[in-house]
Design a protein. Sequence first.
Length: 147
Amino acid sequence: MANVSIKFNGKEFLLSCEDGQEEHLEELLIQINKKFNNLKNDLGNLGENKLLLITAVKVMDEYYETKKKVEEKKEELKNLSNKFKELKSLIYEYRDNKEQEILKLNNDHNKLKDEIEINQKNYEKLIDEAADEISNFVEKANLENLS
């Protein structure tokens, strides 16, 4: 344990703290001393006990206001986090839907391509058959003209 000597309201005090916390304790006491002296200047010398009580009340008020703000910020952060998760979920859902659409379009494209190939083969077969029939007709007509 370390000891820190401080001066408060014109009096010397010796306070103990954990080793390494001396500087922090001094900073806290400087702030308390400022608040105490500001109140003393604003309200006049109401007596040390009353000024100490008012100082403690002001410090606690600041503490609770800060705590309240921290809780509000935590709630805001929680809400933002939930909205982020919701947005992330929507993004993944959108991506999955688009992947399904792309897959369906690729399947439809492949089916159409296969159908075109089949129709092209049928068309070529039909052309070949028509050409053969025309050739047969012409050949038959030539034979009939020759006879």
